[in-house]
Design a protein around this ligand. Structure first.
Ligand code: GCB
Length: 585
Protein backbone atom coordinates (compact mmCIF):
# COMPACT_ATOMS: atom_id res chain seq x y z
CA UNK A 1 0.00 0.00 0.00
CA UNK A 2 1.39 3.41 -0.93
CA UNK A 3 2.16 5.80 1.92
CA UNK A 4 -0.20 8.74 2.18
CA UNK A 5 1.14 12.08 0.99
CA UNK A 6 1.72 13.50 4.41
CA UNK A 7 3.89 10.59 5.43
CA UNK A 8 5.68 10.48 2.10
CA UNK A 9 6.93 14.05 2.42
CA UNK A 10 7.15 14.35 6.18
CA UNK A 11 10.95 14.47 6.10
CA UNK A 12 10.84 17.72 4.16
CA UNK A 13 8.56 19.49 6.58
CA UNK A 14 9.62 18.07 9.91
CA UNK A 15 12.37 20.18 11.38
CA UNK A 16 12.29 18.22 14.62
CA UNK A 17 13.90 15.24 12.96
CA UNK A 18 16.66 15.21 15.63
CA UNK A 19 14.22 14.68 18.49
CA UNK A 20 14.13 10.93 18.29
CA UNK A 21 17.92 10.69 18.68
CA UNK A 22 18.06 12.50 22.00
CA UNK A 23 18.70 10.66 25.21
CA UNK A 24 20.83 7.76 24.02
CA UNK A 25 24.07 9.50 24.91
CA UNK A 26 27.12 7.23 24.73
CA UNK A 27 30.12 7.50 27.04
CA UNK A 28 33.22 5.43 27.77
CA UNK A 29 31.58 3.00 30.16
CA UNK A 30 33.81 0.07 29.26
CA UNK A 31 37.41 0.86 30.13
CA UNK A 32 39.40 -0.49 27.17
CA UNK A 33 42.64 1.34 27.90
CA UNK A 34 44.61 -1.84 28.58
CA UNK A 35 42.61 -4.26 26.45
CA UNK A 36 43.54 -5.45 22.98
CA UNK A 37 40.93 -4.89 20.29
CA UNK A 38 39.41 -7.98 18.66
CA UNK A 39 39.45 -6.23 15.31
CA UNK A 40 40.15 -2.73 14.15
CA UNK A 41 37.74 -0.91 11.89
CA UNK A 42 40.42 1.56 10.84
CA UNK A 43 41.06 1.69 7.12
CA UNK A 44 38.81 2.56 4.20
CA UNK A 45 35.30 3.87 4.87
CA UNK A 46 32.92 5.28 2.27
CA UNK A 47 31.87 8.84 2.92
CA UNK A 48 29.74 11.66 1.64
CA UNK A 49 28.97 15.15 2.85
CA UNK A 50 25.36 15.71 3.89
CA UNK A 51 24.65 19.42 3.83
CA UNK A 52 20.85 19.24 4.13
CA UNK A 53 20.72 16.49 6.80
CA UNK A 54 19.07 14.08 4.38
CA UNK A 55 20.55 11.08 6.16
CA UNK A 56 18.55 11.76 9.32
CA UNK A 57 15.53 13.45 7.77
CA UNK A 58 14.89 10.52 5.45
CA UNK A 59 16.33 7.87 7.77
CA UNK A 60 18.71 6.57 5.14
CA UNK A 61 20.17 4.15 7.68
CA UNK A 62 16.99 2.07 7.33
CA UNK A 63 17.99 1.54 3.71
CA UNK A 64 14.40 2.13 2.71
CA UNK A 65 14.16 5.84 2.12
CA UNK A 66 12.73 7.44 -1.01
CA UNK A 67 9.57 6.84 -2.99
CA UNK A 68 8.47 3.25 -2.82
CA UNK A 69 10.03 1.41 -5.72
CA UNK A 70 11.70 4.65 -6.89
CA UNK A 71 15.37 5.64 -7.03
CA UNK A 72 17.35 6.23 -3.85
CA UNK A 73 19.48 9.30 -3.28
CA UNK A 74 22.28 7.42 -1.58
CA UNK A 75 24.55 4.49 -2.32
CA UNK A 76 26.79 4.03 0.68
CA UNK A 77 29.12 1.37 -0.64
CA UNK A 78 29.69 3.17 -3.93
CA UNK A 79 30.84 6.43 -2.42
CA UNK A 80 34.46 7.59 -2.34
CA UNK A 81 36.62 6.15 0.43
CA UNK A 82 38.69 7.77 3.12
CA UNK A 83 41.25 5.96 5.24
CA UNK A 84 40.37 6.36 8.91
CA UNK A 85 41.39 7.63 11.37
CA UNK A 86 41.60 10.99 9.60
CA UNK A 87 40.79 14.65 9.84
CA UNK A 88 38.64 14.99 6.73
CA UNK A 89 40.10 18.41 5.92
CA UNK A 90 43.39 16.76 5.03
CA UNK A 91 41.90 14.00 2.92
CA UNK A 92 40.15 15.75 0.03
CA UNK A 93 40.54 19.18 -1.52
CA UNK A 94 36.80 19.93 -1.34
CA UNK A 95 36.78 19.13 2.39
CA UNK A 96 39.67 21.46 3.29
CA UNK A 97 37.41 24.00 5.01
CA UNK A 98 34.23 21.96 5.28
CA UNK A 99 32.23 22.28 8.49
CA UNK A 100 29.00 20.33 8.71
CA UNK A 101 27.81 16.74 8.44
CA UNK A 102 29.55 13.80 6.80
CA UNK A 103 28.16 10.26 6.54
CA UNK A 104 30.65 7.42 6.98
CA UNK A 105 29.95 3.81 6.01
CA UNK A 106 31.70 0.50 6.22
CA UNK A 107 30.93 -3.20 6.41
CA UNK A 108 32.48 -5.89 8.57
CA UNK A 109 32.11 -9.62 9.00
CA UNK A 110 30.74 -11.78 11.76
CA UNK A 111 32.30 -10.95 15.13
CA UNK A 112 29.92 -12.47 17.65
CA UNK A 113 30.74 -15.78 19.29
CA UNK A 114 29.33 -17.73 22.28
CA UNK A 115 28.11 -15.50 25.02
CA UNK A 116 30.74 -12.83 24.55
CA UNK A 117 29.73 -9.23 24.54
CA UNK A 118 30.88 -7.10 21.64
CA UNK A 119 31.70 -3.44 22.16
CA UNK A 120 32.46 -0.71 19.70
CA UNK A 121 35.01 1.86 20.85
CA UNK A 122 35.78 5.09 19.06
CA UNK A 123 38.78 7.10 20.28
CA UNK A 124 37.34 10.49 19.27
CA UNK A 125 35.10 12.10 16.70
CA UNK A 126 34.85 15.84 16.25
CA UNK A 127 32.25 16.92 17.35
CA UNK A 128 28.95 15.08 17.45
CA UNK A 129 28.32 11.60 16.12
CA UNK A 130 25.35 9.29 15.69
CA UNK A 131 26.04 5.59 15.30
CA UNK A 132 23.87 3.09 13.42
CA UNK A 133 24.51 -0.63 13.06
CA UNK A 134 22.42 -2.79 10.75
CA UNK A 135 19.59 -0.26 10.67
CA UNK A 136 19.53 0.20 14.45
CA UNK A 137 20.28 3.48 16.14
CA UNK A 138 23.02 2.68 18.69
CA UNK A 139 23.43 6.10 20.25
CA UNK A 140 25.06 9.47 19.99
CA UNK A 141 28.11 11.20 21.41
CA UNK A 142 28.73 14.91 21.92
CA UNK A 143 32.22 16.19 22.52
CA UNK A 144 35.10 16.13 20.11
CA UNK A 145 38.06 14.77 22.04
CA UNK A 146 37.14 11.85 24.28
CA UNK A 147 36.45 8.15 23.64
CA UNK A 148 33.15 6.34 23.89
CA UNK A 149 32.03 2.74 23.82
CA UNK A 150 28.76 0.98 23.02
CA UNK A 151 27.61 -2.57 23.63
CA UNK A 152 26.57 -3.56 20.10
CA UNK A 153 26.05 -7.28 20.72
CA UNK A 154 22.31 -7.25 20.14
CA UNK A 155 22.60 -5.49 16.77
CA UNK A 156 25.11 -7.83 15.16
CA UNK A 157 24.43 -10.19 12.26
CA UNK A 158 26.57 -12.29 9.97
CA UNK A 159 27.47 -9.35 7.76
CA UNK A 160 27.40 -5.98 9.41
CA UNK A 161 26.98 -2.44 8.22
CA UNK A 162 28.03 0.50 10.36
CA UNK A 163 27.03 4.06 9.58
CA UNK A 164 28.37 7.04 11.49
CA UNK A 165 27.02 10.51 11.00
CA UNK A 166 29.57 13.13 12.06
CA UNK A 167 28.85 16.81 12.51
CA UNK A 168 31.48 19.43 13.39
CA UNK A 169 29.44 22.64 13.16
CA UNK A 170 30.61 25.26 15.59
CA UNK A 171 27.67 26.09 17.86
CA UNK A 172 27.18 28.49 20.72
CA UNK A 173 26.21 25.74 23.18
CA UNK A 174 28.95 23.31 22.31
CA UNK A 175 32.24 22.95 24.20
CA UNK A 176 34.28 24.57 22.73
CA UNK A 177 31.88 27.18 21.43
CA UNK A 178 31.96 29.36 18.30
CA UNK A 179 35.57 30.45 18.20
CA UNK A 180 38.86 28.96 19.19
CA UNK A 181 42.42 29.76 18.30
CA UNK A 182 42.83 26.42 16.59
CA UNK A 183 41.45 24.80 13.48
CA UNK A 184 38.13 22.97 13.69
CA UNK A 185 39.22 19.76 11.99
CA UNK A 186 36.31 17.36 11.43
CA UNK A 187 36.11 13.61 11.32
CA UNK A 188 36.62 10.24 12.92
CA UNK A 189 40.21 11.07 13.74
CA UNK A 190 41.07 8.44 16.36
CA UNK A 191 40.82 4.64 16.22
CA UNK A 192 37.60 2.71 15.61
CA UNK A 193 37.80 -0.71 17.23
CA UNK A 194 35.74 -3.72 18.20
CA UNK A 195 36.37 -5.33 21.61
CA UNK A 196 35.11 -8.69 22.77
CA UNK A 197 34.65 -9.28 26.47
CA UNK A 198 33.09 -12.10 28.47
CA UNK A 199 29.44 -11.71 29.38
CA UNK A 200 30.53 -10.80 32.88
CA UNK A 201 33.28 -8.29 32.69
CA UNK A 202 35.37 -5.69 34.49
CA UNK A 203 34.02 -2.42 33.18
CA UNK A 204 36.42 -0.13 35.02
CA UNK A 205 39.31 -0.06 37.47
CA UNK A 206 41.35 2.59 39.22
CA UNK A 207 44.54 2.11 41.16
CA UNK A 208 46.60 4.80 42.88
CA UNK A 209 48.95 5.49 45.74
CA UNK A 210 46.94 6.89 48.67
CA UNK A 211 48.27 10.44 48.97
CA UNK A 212 48.83 10.46 52.76
CA UNK A 213 52.61 10.90 52.73
CA UNK A 214 53.22 7.32 53.91
CA UNK A 215 53.94 5.81 50.46
CA UNK A 216 52.70 2.41 51.57
CA UNK A 217 49.04 2.17 50.61
CA UNK A 218 47.61 1.37 47.22
CA UNK A 219 43.94 1.77 46.62
CA UNK A 220 42.34 -0.48 44.02
CA UNK A 221 38.73 -0.14 42.93
CA UNK A 222 36.88 -2.15 40.31
CA UNK A 223 33.50 -2.01 38.66
CA UNK A 224 31.90 -5.03 37.03
CA UNK A 225 28.48 -6.14 35.87
CA UNK A 226 28.71 -9.03 38.34
CA UNK A 227 26.91 -9.95 41.53
CA UNK A 228 27.42 -9.56 45.23
CA UNK A 229 30.01 -11.84 46.77
CA UNK A 230 31.87 -12.65 43.56
CA UNK A 231 35.61 -12.10 43.58
CA UNK A 232 38.10 -10.15 41.50
CA UNK A 233 41.73 -11.21 41.79
CA UNK A 234 44.28 -8.41 41.99
CA UNK A 235 47.99 -8.78 41.34
CA UNK A 236 50.37 -5.85 41.33
CA UNK A 237 54.00 -6.85 40.70
CA UNK A 238 55.42 -8.33 43.91
CA UNK A 239 53.32 -5.96 46.00
CA UNK A 240 49.80 -7.36 45.97
CA UNK A 241 48.32 -10.78 45.33
CA UNK A 242 44.86 -10.67 46.81
CA UNK A 243 41.19 -10.44 45.98
CA UNK A 244 38.30 -8.02 46.16
CA UNK A 245 34.73 -9.01 46.98
CA UNK A 246 31.98 -7.40 44.93
CA UNK A 247 29.13 -5.54 46.61
CA UNK A 248 25.51 -5.57 45.47
CA UNK A 249 26.33 -3.03 42.73
CA UNK A 250 29.08 -5.23 41.31
CA UNK A 251 31.76 -2.89 42.67
CA UNK A 252 34.60 -3.31 45.13
CA UNK A 253 37.44 -1.29 46.57
CA UNK A 254 40.22 -1.88 49.03
CA UNK A 255 43.30 -0.14 50.36
CA UNK A 256 46.27 -2.53 50.42
CA UNK A 257 49.25 -1.94 52.66
CA UNK A 258 52.42 -2.58 50.67
CA UNK A 259 56.10 -2.88 51.48
CA UNK A 260 59.11 -1.56 49.57
CA UNK A 261 57.13 0.28 46.95
CA UNK A 262 59.21 1.55 44.03
CA UNK A 263 57.89 4.99 43.26
CA UNK A 264 57.33 6.35 39.76
CA UNK A 265 59.25 9.57 39.13
CA UNK A 266 60.55 11.63 36.22
CA UNK A 267 64.04 10.21 36.87
CA UNK A 268 62.86 6.65 37.26
CA UNK A 269 59.45 6.13 35.64
CA UNK A 270 58.94 2.72 37.18
CA UNK A 271 55.74 0.89 36.16
CA UNK A 272 54.24 -2.13 37.88
CA UNK A 273 52.39 -4.86 36.01
CA UNK A 274 48.87 -5.08 37.29
CA UNK A 275 46.53 -7.98 36.55
CA UNK A 276 42.84 -8.02 37.36
CA UNK A 277 40.94 -11.28 36.80
CA UNK A 278 37.25 -11.85 37.13
CA UNK A 279 35.29 -14.78 35.77
CA UNK A 280 37.57 -15.27 32.77
CA UNK A 281 37.91 -11.55 32.04
CA UNK A 282 41.55 -10.54 32.47
CA UNK A 283 43.05 -7.07 32.28
CA UNK A 284 46.81 -6.49 32.21
CA UNK A 285 47.96 -2.92 32.64
CA UNK A 286 51.12 -1.11 33.66
CA UNK A 287 50.72 1.47 36.38
CA UNK A 288 53.13 3.76 38.20
CA UNK A 289 52.66 4.98 41.75
CA UNK A 290 53.60 8.46 42.87
CA UNK A 291 52.23 11.16 45.10
CA UNK A 292 51.61 14.70 43.96
CA UNK A 293 50.60 17.46 46.36
CA UNK A 294 50.96 21.16 47.01
CA UNK A 295 52.63 22.82 49.98
CA UNK A 296 52.60 26.61 50.16
CA UNK A 297 53.86 27.80 46.80
CA UNK A 298 55.38 24.47 45.87
CA UNK A 299 54.34 21.40 43.96
CA UNK A 300 55.77 18.22 45.44
CA UNK A 301 56.17 14.90 43.69
CA UNK A 302 56.93 12.07 46.11
CA UNK A 303 57.44 14.61 48.84
CA UNK A 304 60.07 16.59 46.98
CA UNK A 305 59.69 20.02 45.49
CA UNK A 306 59.79 19.98 41.72
CA UNK A 307 59.97 22.87 39.29
CA UNK A 308 57.82 22.01 36.30
CA UNK A 309 59.95 22.75 33.26
CA UNK A 310 57.25 22.52 30.69
CA UNK A 311 55.87 23.56 27.37
CA UNK A 312 52.34 23.71 25.96
CA UNK A 313 51.40 21.74 22.86
CA UNK A 314 48.47 21.38 20.50
CA UNK A 315 47.74 18.25 18.51
CA UNK A 316 48.31 19.39 14.94
CA UNK A 317 50.08 18.08 11.87
CA UNK A 318 50.45 19.64 8.44
CA UNK A 319 49.87 16.27 6.83
CA UNK A 320 47.32 14.68 9.16
CA UNK A 321 45.49 17.49 10.92
CA UNK A 322 44.46 16.17 14.34
CA UNK A 323 44.88 12.52 13.33
CA UNK A 324 48.47 12.33 14.46
CA UNK A 325 50.37 9.11 13.94
CA UNK A 326 52.20 7.39 16.80
CA UNK A 327 55.47 8.56 15.23
CA UNK A 328 54.20 12.15 15.32
CA UNK A 329 53.21 11.80 18.98
CA UNK A 330 56.67 10.53 19.80
CA UNK A 331 58.17 13.37 17.81
CA UNK A 332 56.22 15.87 19.96
CA UNK A 333 57.38 14.26 23.20
CA UNK A 334 60.94 14.09 21.96
CA UNK A 335 60.97 17.77 20.96
CA UNK A 336 59.89 18.57 24.52
CA UNK A 337 62.29 16.23 26.28
CA UNK A 338 65.18 17.37 24.07
CA UNK A 339 64.35 20.88 25.26
CA UNK A 340 64.91 19.51 28.80
CA UNK A 341 61.25 19.55 29.76
CA UNK A 342 59.95 17.38 32.59
CA UNK A 343 56.37 18.56 32.04
CA UNK A 344 53.90 19.31 29.26
CA UNK A 345 50.57 21.06 29.06
CA UNK A 346 48.42 19.16 26.57
CA UNK A 347 46.25 22.09 25.49
CA UNK A 348 43.31 22.83 25.03
CA UNK A 349 41.46 19.50 24.92
CA UNK A 350 42.24 15.84 25.60
CA UNK A 351 45.00 14.63 23.29
CA UNK A 352 45.27 11.02 22.12
CA UNK A 353 45.41 8.56 25.03
CA UNK A 354 48.79 7.26 23.94
CA UNK A 355 50.35 10.57 24.97
CA UNK A 356 49.92 9.68 28.64
CA UNK A 357 50.94 6.07 28.02
CA UNK A 358 54.16 7.26 26.37
CA UNK A 359 54.70 9.94 29.03
CA UNK A 360 54.33 7.24 31.69
CA UNK A 361 57.24 5.39 30.10
CA UNK A 362 59.35 8.46 29.39
CA UNK A 363 58.89 10.10 32.78
CA UNK A 364 57.22 13.30 31.58
CA UNK A 365 54.58 14.87 33.80
CA UNK A 366 51.36 16.06 32.18
CA UNK A 367 48.66 18.69 32.57
CA UNK A 368 45.51 17.52 30.77
CA UNK A 369 42.65 19.81 29.89
CA UNK A 370 39.07 19.94 28.62
CA UNK A 371 38.04 22.46 25.94
CA UNK A 372 36.15 24.86 28.21
CA UNK A 373 37.82 27.57 26.20
CA UNK A 374 37.09 31.33 26.02
CA UNK A 375 33.38 31.99 25.75
CA UNK A 376 31.06 29.14 26.77
CA UNK A 377 27.33 29.18 27.60
CA UNK A 378 28.15 29.06 31.29
CA UNK A 379 24.59 29.75 32.35
CA UNK A 380 23.06 26.67 30.72
CA UNK A 381 22.57 23.47 32.64
CA UNK A 382 22.88 21.22 29.61
CA UNK A 383 26.20 22.82 28.73
CA UNK A 384 27.50 22.15 32.24
CA UNK A 385 26.29 18.56 31.93
CA UNK A 386 28.27 18.23 28.72
CA UNK A 387 31.35 19.84 30.31
CA UNK A 388 31.17 17.38 33.20
CA UNK A 389 30.77 14.50 30.80
CA UNK A 390 33.84 15.52 28.78
CA UNK A 391 35.79 15.83 32.03
CA UNK A 392 34.62 12.42 33.29
CA UNK A 393 35.46 10.78 29.98
CA UNK A 394 38.98 12.21 30.13
CA UNK A 395 39.52 11.21 33.76
CA UNK A 396 38.08 7.75 33.19
CA UNK A 397 40.44 7.27 30.28
CA UNK A 398 43.68 8.48 31.90
CA UNK A 399 43.19 8.05 35.63
CA UNK A 400 45.60 5.10 35.81
CA UNK A 401 48.48 7.03 34.23
CA UNK A 402 51.07 8.25 36.74
CA UNK A 403 52.35 10.93 34.35
CA UNK A 404 49.10 12.89 34.57
CA UNK A 405 49.26 15.13 37.63
CA UNK A 406 46.84 17.95 36.81
CA UNK A 407 43.28 18.10 35.50
CA UNK A 408 42.62 21.54 34.08
CA UNK A 409 39.01 22.56 33.67
CA UNK A 410 39.38 25.44 31.25
CA UNK A 411 41.22 28.25 29.60
CA UNK A 412 40.86 32.05 29.69
CA UNK A 413 37.22 32.37 30.65
CA UNK A 414 36.24 35.82 31.94
CA UNK A 415 35.45 35.88 35.65
CA UNK A 416 31.64 36.08 35.84
CA UNK A 417 29.32 34.55 38.43
CA UNK A 418 27.98 31.97 35.95
CA UNK A 419 31.48 30.98 34.88
CA UNK A 420 32.66 30.74 38.50
CA UNK A 421 29.83 28.36 39.37
CA UNK A 422 30.35 26.33 36.21
CA UNK A 423 34.09 25.92 36.70
CA UNK A 424 33.68 25.25 40.43
CA UNK A 425 31.36 22.36 39.69
CA UNK A 426 33.89 20.95 37.26
CA UNK A 427 36.60 21.13 39.90
CA UNK A 428 34.32 19.45 42.45
CA UNK A 429 33.58 16.73 39.89
CA UNK A 430 37.29 16.11 39.22
CA UNK A 431 38.03 15.91 42.95
CA UNK A 432 35.13 13.56 43.54
CA UNK A 433 36.29 11.08 40.91
CA UNK A 434 39.99 11.43 41.49
CA UNK A 435 41.47 12.35 44.88
CA UNK A 436 44.99 11.56 43.68
CA UNK A 437 45.61 14.56 41.44
CA UNK A 438 45.65 18.36 41.43
CA UNK A 439 43.19 20.68 39.71
CA UNK A 440 43.88 23.85 37.80
CA UNK A 441 42.59 26.21 35.12
CA UNK A 442 44.47 28.63 32.89
CA UNK A 443 43.15 32.01 34.04
CA UNK A 444 43.23 35.48 32.57
CA UNK A 445 45.32 38.20 34.11
CA UNK A 446 43.57 41.34 35.36
CA UNK A 447 45.02 43.80 32.85
CA UNK A 448 43.96 46.90 34.79
CA UNK A 449 45.91 45.84 37.82
CA UNK A 450 48.42 43.53 36.11
CA UNK A 451 47.64 41.04 38.86
CA UNK A 452 45.82 37.75 39.32
CA UNK A 453 42.38 38.56 40.68
CA UNK A 454 40.36 35.67 39.19
CA UNK A 455 38.12 34.23 41.93
CA UNK A 456 38.79 30.73 40.71
CA UNK A 457 42.22 30.93 42.31
CA UNK A 458 40.65 30.00 45.64
CA UNK A 459 39.08 26.89 44.18
CA UNK A 460 41.99 25.29 42.27
CA UNK A 461 45.01 23.53 43.79
CA UNK A 462 47.37 25.18 41.34
CA UNK A 463 46.69 28.52 39.68
CA UNK A 464 47.32 28.62 35.96
CA UNK A 465 47.92 32.06 34.51
CA UNK A 466 48.38 33.10 30.90
CA UNK A 467 50.28 36.33 30.27
CA UNK A 468 51.63 37.95 27.11
CA UNK A 469 53.79 40.85 28.33
CA UNK A 470 55.79 42.38 25.51
CA UNK A 471 53.69 40.64 22.91
CA UNK A 472 49.99 41.59 23.16
CA UNK A 473 50.32 44.13 25.94
CA UNK A 474 52.42 45.52 28.73
CA UNK A 475 56.12 45.63 29.39
CA UNK A 476 58.60 43.73 31.47
CA UNK A 477 58.00 46.35 34.19
CA UNK A 478 54.43 45.03 34.38
CA UNK A 479 55.75 41.51 34.65
CA UNK A 480 58.08 42.66 37.43
CA UNK A 481 55.05 44.08 39.20
CA UNK A 482 53.15 40.83 38.76
CA UNK A 483 55.93 38.68 40.18
CA UNK A 484 56.28 41.03 43.16
CA UNK A 485 52.66 40.46 44.23
CA UNK A 486 51.83 37.96 46.95
CA UNK A 487 50.18 34.67 46.18
CA UNK A 488 49.83 31.79 48.60
CA UNK A 489 49.49 28.92 46.14
CA UNK A 490 51.70 27.40 43.47
CA UNK A 491 51.27 29.06 40.09
CA UNK A 492 52.04 27.58 36.71
CA UNK A 493 52.51 30.26 34.11
CA UNK A 494 50.52 28.28 31.61
CA UNK A 495 51.22 30.61 28.68
CA UNK A 496 53.67 33.33 27.69
CA UNK A 497 55.58 33.94 24.49
CA UNK A 498 55.44 35.72 21.18
CA UNK A 499 55.38 34.91 17.50
CA UNK A 500 58.24 34.46 15.05
CA UNK A 501 58.09 33.45 11.42
CA UNK A 502 60.56 30.58 10.99
CA UNK A 503 63.91 31.84 9.77
CA UNK A 504 62.81 35.48 9.69
CA UNK A 505 65.64 37.48 11.22
CA UNK A 506 66.09 41.13 12.14
CA UNK A 507 66.37 43.51 15.06
CA UNK A 508 65.39 42.21 18.46
CA UNK A 509 62.42 44.55 18.68
CA UNK A 510 61.16 43.78 15.19
CA UNK A 511 57.84 41.98 15.09
CA UNK A 512 57.73 38.46 13.63
CA UNK A 513 61.50 37.94 13.90
CA UNK A 514 63.09 35.08 15.79
CA UNK A 515 65.26 37.66 17.56
CA UNK A 516 62.16 39.32 19.02
CA UNK A 517 60.75 36.02 20.20
CA UNK A 518 64.12 35.14 21.70
CA UNK A 519 64.23 38.49 23.55
CA UNK A 520 60.78 37.89 25.04
CA UNK A 521 61.72 34.39 26.18
CA UNK A 522 65.02 35.42 27.75
CA UNK A 523 63.48 38.05 30.00
CA UNK A 524 60.30 36.11 30.75
CA UNK A 525 62.29 33.06 31.86
CA UNK A 526 64.57 35.18 34.02
CA UNK A 527 61.76 37.06 35.80
CA UNK A 528 59.40 34.12 36.20
CA UNK A 529 61.93 31.68 37.59
CA UNK A 530 63.00 34.34 40.11
CA UNK A 531 59.53 34.42 41.60
CA UNK A 532 58.84 32.24 44.62
CA UNK A 533 55.26 31.37 43.74
CA UNK A 534 56.02 30.24 40.20
CA UNK A 535 56.13 26.44 40.41
CA UNK A 536 56.21 25.75 36.71
CA UNK A 537 56.11 27.09 33.19
CA UNK A 538 54.42 25.95 30.02
CA UNK A 539 55.27 28.62 27.44
CA UNK A 540 53.06 28.96 24.40
CA UNK A 541 53.88 26.83 22.39
CA UNK A 542 56.00 23.89 21.20
CA UNK A 543 55.20 24.12 17.49
CA UNK A 544 53.27 26.41 15.12
CA UNK A 545 49.69 25.30 14.60
CA UNK A 546 46.85 25.91 12.20
CA UNK A 547 44.19 28.48 13.12
CA UNK A 548 41.75 30.40 10.93
CA UNK A 549 42.15 33.49 13.13
CA UNK A 550 45.69 34.23 12.00
CA UNK A 551 45.80 35.48 8.45
CA UNK A 552 48.42 38.18 8.09
CA UNK A 553 51.18 37.78 5.53
CA UNK A 554 53.47 35.92 7.91
CA UNK A 555 50.87 33.76 9.59
CA UNK A 556 48.82 32.50 6.64
CA UNK A 557 46.52 30.55 8.93
CA UNK A 558 49.17 29.50 11.42
CA UNK A 559 49.78 30.71 14.94
CA UNK A 560 53.52 31.36 14.88
CA UNK A 561 54.20 31.28 18.62
CA UNK A 562 55.81 27.89 18.16
CA UNK A 563 59.37 27.27 19.28
CA UNK A 564 59.47 24.88 16.34
CA UNK A 565 58.01 25.32 12.84
CA UNK A 566 54.69 23.73 11.81
CA UNK A 567 56.44 20.80 10.09
CA UNK A 568 58.41 20.28 13.34
CA UNK A 569 61.69 20.29 11.46
CA UNK A 570 62.99 23.78 12.17
CA UNK A 571 63.85 24.98 15.67
CA UNK A 572 63.62 28.71 16.23
CA UNK A 573 66.20 30.61 18.31
CA UNK A 574 63.87 30.67 21.34
CA UNK A 575 63.81 26.85 21.39
CA UNK A 576 67.52 26.90 22.22
CA UNK A 577 66.98 29.61 24.84
CA UNK A 578 64.51 27.40 26.68
CA UNK A 579 66.68 24.33 26.21
CA UNK A 580 69.67 26.01 27.81
CA UNK A 581 67.64 27.66 30.54
CA UNK A 582 65.92 24.44 31.57
CA UNK A 583 69.23 22.62 31.48
CA UNK A 584 70.60 24.96 34.14
CA UNK A 585 67.52 24.94 36.37
C1 GCB B 1 45.91 32.46 24.48
C2 GCB B 1 45.13 31.23 24.28
C3 GCB B 1 45.72 30.35 23.20
C4 GCB B 1 46.13 31.22 22.03
C5 GCB B 1 47.20 32.17 22.50
C6 GCB B 1 47.67 33.15 21.42
O1 GCB B 1 45.85 33.11 25.48
O2 GCB B 1 44.96 30.50 25.45
O3 GCB B 1 44.80 29.38 22.82
O4 GCB B 1 46.57 30.47 20.95
O5 GCB B 1 46.71 32.94 23.55
O6 GCB B 1 48.53 32.80 20.64
O7 GCB B 1 47.15 34.26 21.40
Amino acid sequence: MAKDQKEEYSHIHDDNFMDKYQGKELTNDLNCEARDPFITLDGDWNYSIDIYDSFLREEWYTGEAGHEGGPKDFSFSEWETMELPASWNNEAEELSYYEGSVIFHREFQQVKTNNDKVFLRIGAINYESLIFINKHYVGKHSGGFTPFTADITEYLEKNNKILVLVNNDRKKDRIPSLITDWFNYGGIYREVEIYKVPEKQISDYFSYLVPDGEYNKIKVSVETNGSEGEKVEVKIGNLIDDELKLNSEGKAEKVFEVKKLKLWSTDNPYLYNITLSYNGDVINDQIGFRQVEVEGNDILVNGEKIFLKGVSAHEDSVKNGKALTEAERLETLKLASDMNCNFMRLAHYPHHENMSKLADKLGILLWEEIPVYWSISFDKEEVLANGKKQLRELINRDKNRASVIIWSVGNENPDTEARYNFMSSLIDEAKKIDPSRLTSAACLLNLDKMEITDRLQDKVDVIGINEYFEWYYGTFDDLEHLVSTEIDKPVIVSEFGGSAAPDKHGEKNELWTEENQKRIYQKQLELLTGCEWVAGLTPWILYDFKTPKRINKYQQMYNLKGLVSKDKKYKKLAYYVVQEFYNKL
